[in-house]
Write a protein that binds this ligand. Structure first.
Ligand SMILES: [Zn+2]
Length: 190
Protein backbone atom coordinates (compact mmCIF):
# COMPACT_ATOMS: atom_id res chain seq x y z
CA UNK A 1 0.00 0.00 0.00
CA UNK A 2 2.24 2.81 -1.24
CA UNK A 3 -0.30 5.52 -0.40
CA UNK A 4 -0.50 4.78 3.28
CA UNK A 5 3.23 4.41 3.55
CA UNK A 6 3.99 7.79 1.95
CA UNK A 7 1.40 9.49 4.13
CA UNK A 8 2.98 8.16 7.31
CA UNK A 9 6.43 9.07 6.09
CA UNK A 10 5.43 12.66 5.36
CA UNK A 11 3.85 13.14 8.79
CA UNK A 12 6.92 11.99 10.69
CA UNK A 13 9.20 14.07 8.51
CA UNK A 14 7.39 17.36 9.06
CA UNK A 15 6.88 16.73 12.78
CA UNK A 16 10.56 16.56 13.68
CA UNK A 17 12.40 19.77 12.68
CA UNK A 18 9.74 22.42 13.34
CA UNK A 19 9.69 22.99 17.13
CA UNK A 20 13.38 23.95 17.33
CA UNK A 21 13.31 26.14 14.21
CA UNK A 22 13.74 29.80 15.27
CA UNK A 23 11.22 32.27 13.85
CA UNK A 24 11.83 35.94 12.96
CA UNK A 25 9.13 36.99 15.45
CA UNK A 26 11.09 35.59 18.40
CA UNK A 27 14.62 35.16 17.03
CA UNK A 28 17.36 36.36 19.42
CA UNK A 29 20.76 35.31 18.05
CA UNK A 30 23.66 34.86 20.47
CA UNK A 31 25.31 38.12 21.53
CA UNK A 32 22.38 40.26 20.38
CA UNK A 33 19.57 41.90 22.34
CA UNK A 34 16.54 42.64 20.19
CA UNK A 35 14.75 45.72 21.53
CA UNK A 36 11.95 46.14 18.97
CA UNK A 37 10.48 44.40 15.94
CA UNK A 38 8.51 45.85 13.05
CA UNK A 39 6.76 44.07 10.21
CA UNK A 40 7.21 45.05 6.57
CA UNK A 41 4.41 45.19 4.00
CA UNK A 42 4.93 41.58 2.86
CA UNK A 43 5.73 40.13 6.27
CA UNK A 44 9.50 40.53 6.65
CA UNK A 45 10.50 41.41 10.23
CA UNK A 46 12.69 44.47 10.83
CA UNK A 47 14.82 44.27 14.00
CA UNK A 48 16.06 47.06 16.25
CA UNK A 49 18.90 45.55 18.24
CA UNK A 50 21.91 46.20 20.41
CA UNK A 51 24.56 43.79 21.71
CA UNK A 52 24.98 41.89 24.96
CA UNK A 53 27.55 44.29 26.38
CA UNK A 54 28.51 47.36 24.41
CA UNK A 55 31.08 48.74 26.87
CA UNK A 56 30.97 52.46 26.15
CA UNK A 57 27.32 53.23 25.58
CA UNK A 58 24.35 51.45 24.12
CA UNK A 59 24.34 51.76 20.38
CA UNK A 60 21.64 50.28 18.21
CA UNK A 61 21.35 48.92 14.71
CA UNK A 62 18.47 48.16 12.36
CA UNK A 63 18.30 45.14 10.07
CA UNK A 64 15.57 43.82 7.80
CA UNK A 65 15.14 40.04 7.73
CA UNK A 66 13.57 40.23 4.27
CA UNK A 67 15.86 42.45 2.20
CA UNK A 68 19.46 43.62 2.67
CA UNK A 69 18.61 46.86 4.53
CA UNK A 70 20.92 47.45 7.47
CA UNK A 71 21.76 50.67 9.34
CA UNK A 72 24.13 51.22 12.23
CA UNK A 73 25.01 54.88 11.76
CA UNK A 74 23.15 58.18 11.74
CA UNK A 75 23.81 59.53 8.25
CA UNK A 76 22.66 63.08 9.04
CA UNK A 77 24.92 63.51 12.04
CA UNK A 78 28.58 62.93 11.28
CA UNK A 79 30.71 63.10 14.41
CA UNK A 80 28.04 61.81 16.77
CA UNK A 81 26.57 59.27 14.43
CA UNK A 82 25.71 56.31 16.67
CA UNK A 83 22.08 55.26 16.66
CA UNK A 84 20.10 55.65 19.85
CA UNK A 85 17.22 53.24 20.29
CA UNK A 86 14.78 56.01 19.41
CA UNK A 87 16.53 56.90 16.17
CA UNK A 88 16.95 53.22 15.27
CA UNK A 89 13.23 52.69 15.87
CA UNK A 90 12.36 55.58 13.55
CA UNK A 91 14.52 54.08 10.79
CA UNK A 92 12.99 50.62 11.34
CA UNK A 93 9.47 52.03 11.24
CA UNK A 94 10.18 53.94 8.03
CA UNK A 95 11.76 50.90 6.41
CA UNK A 96 8.90 48.59 7.45
CA UNK A 97 6.46 51.05 5.90
CA UNK A 98 8.05 50.73 2.46
CA UNK A 99 9.70 47.27 2.35
CA UNK A 100 7.90 44.73 0.15
CA UNK A 101 10.33 41.85 0.78
CA UNK A 102 9.09 38.46 1.88
CA UNK A 103 10.68 36.89 4.97
CA UNK A 104 13.89 35.07 4.06
CA UNK A 105 15.42 32.15 6.01
CA UNK A 106 17.30 33.16 9.15
CA UNK A 107 21.09 32.82 8.89
CA UNK A 108 22.52 29.67 10.49
CA UNK A 109 25.01 30.11 13.31
CA UNK A 110 28.44 29.89 11.64
CA UNK A 111 31.14 27.53 12.87
CA UNK A 112 34.18 28.97 14.68
CA UNK A 113 36.35 29.29 11.59
CA UNK A 114 33.64 31.03 9.57
CA UNK A 115 32.96 33.44 12.46
CA UNK A 116 36.69 34.24 12.62
CA UNK A 117 36.76 34.84 8.89
CA UNK A 118 33.88 37.33 9.17
CA UNK A 119 35.86 39.36 11.71
CA UNK A 120 39.09 39.18 9.73
CA UNK A 121 37.32 40.22 6.54
CA UNK A 122 35.88 43.23 8.38
CA UNK A 123 39.35 44.24 9.62
CA UNK A 124 40.77 43.82 6.13
CA UNK A 125 38.14 46.11 4.62
CA UNK A 126 38.45 48.68 7.42
CA UNK A 127 42.24 48.93 6.86
CA UNK A 128 41.64 50.84 3.65
CA UNK A 129 41.57 54.10 5.62
CA UNK A 130 44.64 56.32 5.45
CA UNK A 131 45.44 56.70 9.15
CA UNK A 132 45.41 54.64 12.31
CA UNK A 133 41.94 54.64 13.73
CA UNK A 134 40.16 53.22 16.76
CA UNK A 135 38.31 49.98 16.14
CA UNK A 136 35.14 49.93 18.22
CA UNK A 137 33.20 46.80 19.00
CA UNK A 138 30.13 48.67 17.77
CA UNK A 139 31.78 48.84 14.32
CA UNK A 140 30.79 45.17 14.11
CA UNK A 141 27.08 45.83 14.79
CA UNK A 142 26.09 45.19 11.16
CA UNK A 143 27.78 41.75 11.27
CA UNK A 144 26.29 40.62 14.57
CA UNK A 145 23.20 38.86 13.13
CA UNK A 146 25.49 36.73 10.98
CA UNK A 147 28.29 36.30 13.54
CA UNK A 148 26.02 35.13 16.38
CA UNK A 149 28.76 35.34 18.99
CA UNK A 150 28.98 37.11 22.35
CA UNK A 151 30.83 40.41 22.67
CA UNK A 152 33.44 38.71 24.84
CA UNK A 153 34.03 36.05 22.16
CA UNK A 154 34.59 38.82 19.63
CA UNK A 155 36.92 40.69 21.97
CA UNK A 156 38.96 37.50 22.56
CA UNK A 157 39.19 37.03 18.81
CA UNK A 158 40.35 40.64 18.29
CA UNK A 159 43.01 40.12 20.98
CA UNK A 160 44.21 37.03 19.12
CA UNK A 161 44.51 39.06 15.90
CA UNK A 162 46.41 41.79 17.77
CA UNK A 163 48.74 39.14 19.16
CA UNK A 164 49.40 37.48 15.80
CA UNK A 165 49.36 40.58 13.58
CA UNK A 166 50.44 43.73 15.45
CA UNK A 167 50.86 45.44 12.08
CA UNK A 168 47.08 45.12 11.60
CA UNK A 169 45.67 45.68 15.07
CA UNK A 170 47.00 46.70 18.47
CA UNK A 171 45.22 46.43 21.81
CA UNK A 172 45.73 48.00 25.18
CA UNK A 173 43.69 47.74 28.38
CA UNK A 174 41.26 50.63 28.83
CA UNK A 175 42.24 53.35 31.27
CA UNK A 176 38.86 52.93 32.94
CA UNK A 177 36.33 50.11 32.89
CA UNK A 178 36.76 46.57 31.56
CA UNK A 179 37.94 45.52 28.13
CA UNK A 180 40.50 46.78 25.65
CA UNK A 181 40.89 49.70 23.30
CA UNK A 182 41.80 48.57 19.78
CA UNK A 183 43.65 50.54 17.13
CA UNK A 184 43.50 49.48 13.51
CA UNK A 185 46.48 50.24 11.30
CA UNK A 186 46.14 50.91 7.56
CA UNK A 187 47.86 48.91 4.83
CA UNK A 188 51.49 49.99 4.48
CA UNK A 189 51.96 52.53 1.71
CA UNK A 190 54.53 51.58 -0.85
ZN1 LIG B 1 13.42 45.24 3.94
Amino acid sequence: MPNLFSRIFRTTESATPEPSQPRPETWMPEGVTVAQRYRGLAGAVVLVYTTDSSGGGEYYAVACLGCTYIAARHKDRPGSDFLTQQRAAELANTHAGTCRALPRPLPDRPDEQTARDIIRRHLHNARRSVDDRPLLLSDLHPQRLVLQRTTSWIETELLAVADEHPDVLTAKPRGYGPGHAFTLHPFPRS
